[in-house]
Design a protein around this ligand. Structure first.
Ligand SMILES: C[S@@+](CC[C@H](N)C(=O)[O-])C[C@H]1O[C@@H](n2cnc3c(N)ncnc32)[C@H](O)[C@@H]1O
Length: 290
């Protein structure tokens, strides 16, 4: 069945393909902790600066932001009240002394004054919004001139498996198609530079950050291949079967083949981390090449 004919009832209502279950909250925490060094390296904000974390979810990245920039003033925003409640509890547990302002809001309708923030941090959010370029343009309004945005996204097209398997690729493809049907894009990482430039940012610099896991790196196999990537794909099982994108037998075979890459194979995936500057209109600098 083509995804275009999938009944909309099969797609999560708010456009977040993984939903807001406790299991998904745990997966986001595992993911953030496993990837913290890889993704947060190089991101520190000066004491006293005002930082907006957009799409904070359950606070999984928030605790790492607080750790790297203990003196910054953090405002964390998400559209989900349920996630914000979990984020508050999580941060109070891990960093009880931290002062975070929590705010329920939509990226397309941010309740902040122009130029209110020095920096913004956006991780794994744009892949779930219908118009990421417009979201970035809206975000620019609340950044001061010269302020920066950091955007981190994955790209499921970067998954390279050994042993390779058409069945494993089919289950990954279910996730890509369901995310697309929900208005998102699981192949967004490769687009960050043009998206940021198109939204009016200057000095755009994108650094790919690669995960490679084999049995000599058990931390990556458990933390990334199993607990992050396979867990994420598994979370769309019911929607994939309900939409008849795949048969139950083929789903089970694909998941088993993904687990085989964790057991005695290899798994590679690339994240894309971009930093860009809110340059005043008419002063857009060329991207630095490196
Ligand atoms: C994959 S989660 C990532 C959460 C967190 N950044 C992390 O890396 O753990 C995506 C989050 O973006 C939020 N989100 C999606 N669309 C949004 C929108 N239009 N406005 C605000 N938040 C949004 C969802 O509610 C969800 O919590």
């Amino acid at each position: 069945m083509d995804i275009a004919t999938t009944p909309s009832a099969l797609v999560p209502a708010v456009g977040y393909v993984h939903g807001y279950s406790q299991r998904e909250g745990r997966r986001l925490g595992d993911q953030a902790d496993t990837l913290a060094q890889l993704l947060h390296a190089g991101t520190t904000y000066p004491a006293g600066s005002r930082v907006l974390e957009l799409g904070c979810g359950v606070g999984a990245q928030t605790v790492h932001l607080l750790r790297s920039s203990p003196g910054a003033h953090l405002v964390a925003v998400d559209q989900s009240e349920e996630s914000l409640a979990q984020a508050r509890t999580h941060v109070a547990h891990i960093a009880p002394e931290a002062q975070v302002e929590w705010c329920r809001a939509d990226v397309f309708d941010l309740p902040f004054a122009d130029a209110e923030f020095d920096h913004a941090f956006v991780c794994f959010v744009l892949e779930h919004v219908t118009d990421p370029r417009r979201a970035l343009a809206r975000l620019r309004r609340v950044l001061r001139p010269g302020g920066t945005v950091t955007v981190i996204e994955g790209d499921h097209g970067s998954a390279v498996l050994h042993p390779d398997s058409a069945h494993a690729r089919a289950v990954i493809d279910c996730q890509i198609r369901l995310q697309s049907a929900a208005g998102g894009n699981a192949l967004l990482g490769r687009q960050l530079q043009p998206l940021l430039a198109g939204a009016g940012y200057g000095g755009v610099e994108v650094r790919p950050r690669t995960v490679y896991a084999d049995r000599t790196r058990p931390g990556w196999v458990d933390g990334f291949t199993r607990s992050t990537f396979i867990a994420m794909v598994e979370s769309v099982r019911d929607n994939a079967l309900a939409a008849a994108l795949i048969t139950p037998a083929d789903w089970d075979r694909g998941i088993a083949d993904l687990h085989r890459t964790a057991h005695d194979g290899t798994f590679h995936y690339t994240f894309f981390k971009a930093v860009a500057v809110n340059v005043p209109a008419g002063h857009v600098r060329s991207p630095r090449l490196s």
